[in-house]
Design a binder for this molecule. Structure first.
Ligand SMILES: C[S@@+](CC[C@H](N)C(=O)[O-])C[C@H]1O[C@@H](n2cnc3c(N)ncnc32)[C@H](O)[C@@H]1O
Ligand SMILES: [Zn+2]
Ligand SMILES: [Zn+2]
Length: 716
C-alpha cells in the first residue's frame, strides 16, 4: 500500500497554511512543547500531518483526518527528539512512541511535559512556594516610588563598565542613553533617558536629538553613548579604545552599575525612577546574604565552567568562565533560594515539574538579558542570538515576580505549566480560521524514562531515553516508522548553550539529572562544522534507524539548508545508511521572520520533508546526470502549489526544493555516488537558478507575501 506521504497527493500546502498560523504563537497553541527552552522546535501541526500521512493510504483526505480523533496502532521512533514534538503528537494519535535525545536538558523537559503531573498537587505546592520563598524573594525587590510609598521593583537597569585603557577611568558602556522605549516607537515616541552626568532619569521623545537633564542641566544627544560598535570613548581623557582590550586586561567579567528602575506602584501604575540610596543598600544586603549562605553551604550555586566552542567563545572572551558569572549576586540568591525550596517538595513529579519550570526562568533572569521595552514582553532573553552575547545594558527582573512581570517564575507558572496541564487534558488543533478543534483523548501521563530491555512495548506507551542514537539498543525490524528532525549542518551546538541550564539542573539530582553533569556536550552529538564529519555522524544514526525499521517502514524527517554542502552531506548520510528518498515535500517551517535566517538576504522559510524507504536491492544503480529540465519543472510545480495558497516562495526556498527533488532521483545509489551526482549537478543547478532569476517564471511574482514582520522576531 502506498502511503499518503509517499505520494504527490500529500497536501503540503494545507500543512503550510496551518503551520504559518501556528508559527506566530506556537507556545499558545501547543504549550506542552514549550515548558522549557529548546532550540529549533518544530511545529506540532507539521508533525501531526507527517504522522497521519505516513500511516494513512495515499487516497486519504488529510484535511479531514487532521481534525478527527484517531486510535492508530504502531511504533514510532524519534532519534533526535528535542522538545518532544513527535512523541507528543504520536501519543495523541494512539501510537507507541520511543523518543531519544543525547541531551538531558531536552529529555528532562519532555519527561516532565508528557509524564505524570497532578494538577491539585501542583496548585497546592505553588501556593506553598508563593507564601514561603516567593514572599522572601519579593522582599528583595521592595522599593519606594517617587512619592516615597512602598512599591515593587519590576526591573532594574544595569550598564556594563570597563576601565579606560589609557587613564583607567571607569567608562559606562552605554550605546545610547535612551534605555526604555515602546516597541512601536514610531507611533508611541515617548522614551526614558538616563543622564550621563548625574544619572537622573527623565522622560523624552524618541525624536529628540538634544536634551537637557532637568536635574543637572547637562545637555547631550541621548542617542549617542560612550560605546559604539567595538569601541568606547573615555569620559575623562576622551581617548577611544577597543572594549575587548579593556576587558582582556582583567581576569573577571566587566562590572556593572545600576542606573534606573521600573517600579510598580501600589495604585498599579508603573514608573521609571533613578536608583536611590535605599536601592543600593538593599542590593548590598542581598549580596551579604549570598556570601553568608554560600559560606554556610546552605544554598547551591552553579560551579561548572564554560567550555570553549563556537557558541560560548564570545562570553569566554569577556571572561565569563563559570555559569555562575552569568548572574548578579541578588539573582543568585533569589534563584538559589527558589531552587532549594523546590528541591524540598516531597512528591517527585511535582518537584520535577517545578525544577523544569525553574530552569526556564533562568533564561530571563541573568545578565545576558536586555529590555525590549513596552508594548511587548519586557525581557529579551539571552538566546535571542545563537551565541552568548554579553549585553551592555542588561536588566534584572524579580525572579519570583509580580503579576506584571515578564519571564518570572510566578508568571511562567501560569503561561507555561498551567497551560501545559490544560492542553494535556484537552488536546486541540488549530484550523485555518484560527479556531481550535478538540482532536485527541487526554494525555495518559504514563511515561517510562528508559527503553525496555526486552523490546516489549505497550500500546500508546511513551518511552524516553537519554543517549546517543548512533546505537539504539532496540531489536532489528521492530519499529514501524521513524519521524524526526535531525540537526542541520551548521555551527550551532545545542549542548554548548544547554550547559547554561544544566549548570543549575544538575545541582539537585532528579529525573535525567540523576548523576552529576559537568557538561551536556558529547562527541557523538550530531553536529560538526565539517561537512564530512557531520555526514558520517548523521549516517550512523540513520543506519541504526534502518536496522530497527521494519522492511516496509519509512524514515521521514524535516531538513533545510541553503548551501549545496548541506544537501551533499545529507545525501551521503541517507544513501550511506541504506535508504533512498521516495518523495520530498516543501512545507512552511518556523517563522516568517527568524533572527538567524533574517540575516540572509533571501530567507528560507521552508523545510523539506524527506520521505525515505529502505533501499531496494533490485533497483538499478544510478550514475546518471539528472535531467535538470524535469527537475526544475517539478520544483516549479511544487512552488506553485505553495504560492496558490498565498505563501511566498523566495529564491532560496526554490533552491532547496530543487535540491530535494534531486535527492529523489538517486535510486539505489551508494553514498559516494549520491554525493558525486549532487556535486556534478552543482554548476548546472546554479546556472538554471540564475537563468530563472533573470527571467522569473510567472510564479515568483505571484502570491501574497506572508513575510509581514511580527512584533518581535522569534527564535529559530
Ligand atoms: C533539530 S533538534 C530537534 C528539535 C525537535 N524537532 C523539536 O521540535 O524540538 C535535534 C536534536 O538532536 C539531538 N541530538 C544530536 N545528536 C544526537 C545523537 N547522536 N543522539 C541523539 N540525539 C542527538 C540534539 O540534542 C537536538 O535536541
Ligand atoms: Zn581615559
Ligand atoms: Zn543630569
Amino acid at each position: 500500500m502506498q502511503r499518503l506521504i509517499e505520494s504527490d497527493n500529500f497536501p503540503f500546502e494545507f500543512l503550510s497554511v496551518i503551520g504559518e498560523r501556528e508559527s506566530w504563537r506556537k507556545e499558545i497553541h501547543r504549550p506542552i512543547y514549550h515548558l522549557h527552552k529548546w532550540w529549533a522546535k518544530r511545529l506540532g501541526s507539521t508533525f501531526r500531518g507527517i504522522l497521519l500521512s505516513s500511516l494513512l493510504p495515499s487516497n486519504a483526505n488529510l484535511e479531514r483526518e487532521f481534525y478527527k480523533r484517531h486510535d492508530l496502532s504502531g511504533t514510532v521512533l524519534d532519534p533526535f527528539m528535542g522538545s518532544g514534538t513527535t512523541i507528543g503528537e504520536a501519543h495523541k494519535l494512539g501510537l507507541t512512541a520511543l523518543g531519544r535525545d543525547i541531551n538531558p536538558v531536552a529529555c528532562e523537559a519532555v519527561r516532565v511535559s508528557l509524564g505524570k503531573l497532578d494538577r491539585s498537587h501542583i496548585q497546592r505546592e505553588f501556593a506553598r512556594l508563593e507564601a514561603s520563598v516567593g514572599h522572601r524573594i519579593n522582599e528583595l525587590y521592595r522599593t519606594t516610588d517617587s512619592a516615597g510609598l512602598p512599591a515593587d521593583t519590576l526591573y532594574i537597569f544595569w550598564v556594563k563598565q570597563v576601565p579606560c585603557t589609557t587613564c583607567a577611568e571607569t567608562v559606562d558602556l552605554f550605546p545610547t542613553y535612551v534605555f526604555a522605549k515602546n516597541a512601536y516607537v514610531g507611533r508611541k515616541p515617548a522614551v526614558h533617558i538616563v543622564c550621563p552626568a548625574c544619572s537622573h532619569v527623565f522622560a523624552g521623545q524618541y525624536t529628540d536629538a538634544a536634551v537637557a537633564c532637568p536635574a543637572c542641566h547637562h545637555g547631550f544627544d541621548p542617542h549617542i553613548g560612550r560605546a559604539a560598535g567595538v569601541s568606547a570613548r573615555c569620559s575623562a581623557c576622551t581617548n577611544t579604545f577597543k572594549i575587548i582590550d579593556a576587558v582582556r586586561n582583567h581576569a573577571q567579567p566587566p562590572s556593572h552599575r545600576m542606573y534606573a528602575k521600573l517600579v510598580l506602584r501600589a495604585d498599579g501604575e508603573k514608573e521609571y525612577l533613578p536608583i536611590s540610596d535605599d536601592d543600593l543598600r538593599s542590593y548590598d544586603a542581598a549580596r551579604a546574604s549570598l556570601a553568608a549562605e554560600d559560606m554556610a553551604d546552605s544554598i547551591r550555586l552553579p560551579v561548572t565552567r564554560l567550555l570553549d566552542g563556537y557558541n560560548t567563545r564570545q562570553a569566554l572572551n569577556y571572561n565569563y568562565s563559570s555559569w555562575r558569572d552569568f548572574f548578579n549576586d541578588r539573582q543568585l540568591l533569589a534563584l538559589a533560594w527558589l531552587q532549594r525550596e523546590i528541591a524540598s517538595i516531597a512528591d517527585p513529579a511535582t518537584r520535577d515539574a517545578f525544577m523544569t519550570l525553574f530552569s526556564g526562568v533562568l533564561e530571563f533572569n541573568n545578565l545576558f538579558t536586555s529590555y525590549k521595552g513596552e508594548g511587548t514582553g519586557a525581557v529579551r532573553h539571552m538566546f535571542a542570538h545563537h551565541i552568548l552575547k554579553p549585553e551592555r545594558m542588561p536588566i534584572e527582573g524579580n525572579p519570583w515576580g509580580t503579576p506584571r512581570s515578564s519571564g518570572a517564575f510566578s508568571t511562567l507558572y501560569r503561561s507555561r505549566l498551567v497551560k501545559a496541564l490544560d492542553y494535556r487534558l484537552a488536546p486541540r488543533e488549530l484550523d485555518e480560521d484560527l479556531t481550535r478543534q478538540a482532536s485527541s483523548p487526554p494525555f495518559s501521563g504514563v511515561l517510562r524514562d528508559r527503553w525496555p530491555v526486552d523490546g516489549r512495548l505497550e500500546q500508546r506507551g511513551i518511552y524516553l531515553s537519554c543517549a546517543s542514537s548512533d546505537s539504539l539498543q532496540l531489536p532489528s525490524h521492530s519499529v514501524d516508522l521513524v519521524v524526526t528532525d535531525p540537526p542541520f549542518f551548521d555551527n550551532v551546538h545545542y549542548s554548548e548553550l544547554a550547559d547554561f541550564f544544566a549548570a543549575w539542573q544538575s545541582l539537585y539530582p532528579h529525573g535525567f539529572f540523576s548523576r552529576p553533569t559537568e557538561t551536556t556536550r558529547d562527541p557523538r552529538e550530531v553536529q560538526d562544522a565539517d561537512a564530512d564529519a557531520f555526514s558520517a555522524k548523521l549516517q550512523q544514526v540513520f543506519a541504526e534507524c534502518e536496522r530497527v525499521l521494519k522492511n516496509d517502514g519509512l524514515l521521514v524527517f524535516s531538513y533545510h539548508h541553503s548551501r549545496p554542502e548541506g544537501w551533499e552531506a545529507l545525501a551521503g548520510a541517507i544513501y550511506g545508511a541504506g535508504f533512498s528518498v521516495v518523495n520530498a515535500h516543501p512545507v512552511k517551517s518556523e517563522m516568517s521572520v527568524a533572527v538567524p535566517k533574517l540575516q540572509a538576504k533571501e530567507p528560507i522559510q521552508l523545510d523539506i520533508i524527506l520521505v525515505c524507504a529502505k533501499k531496494r536491492t533490485d533497483a538499478s544503480s544510478t550514475s546518471y546526470a539528472p535531467d535538470l529540465g524535469d527537475l526544475f519543472a517539478r520544483a516549479t510545480a511544487k512552488a506553485h502549489r505553495l504560492e496558490a495558497v498565498g505563501l511566498r516562495v523566495s529564491h532560496n526556498d526554490f533552491r532547496i526544493i530543487v535540491y530535494s527533488e534531486l535527492l529523489r532521483r538517486l535510486g539505489s545509489a551508494s553514498a559516494a555516488d549520491a554525493i558525486a551526482i549532487l556535486q556534478r549537478s552543482r554548476d548546472g543547478i546554479d546556472a538554471s537558478l540564475k537563468a530563472r532569476l533573470i527571467t522569473p517564471p510567472e510564479s515568483s511574482t505571484r502570491g501574497a507575501s506572508s513575510a509581514e514582520a511580527p512584533l518581535e522576531p522569534m527564535l529559530f
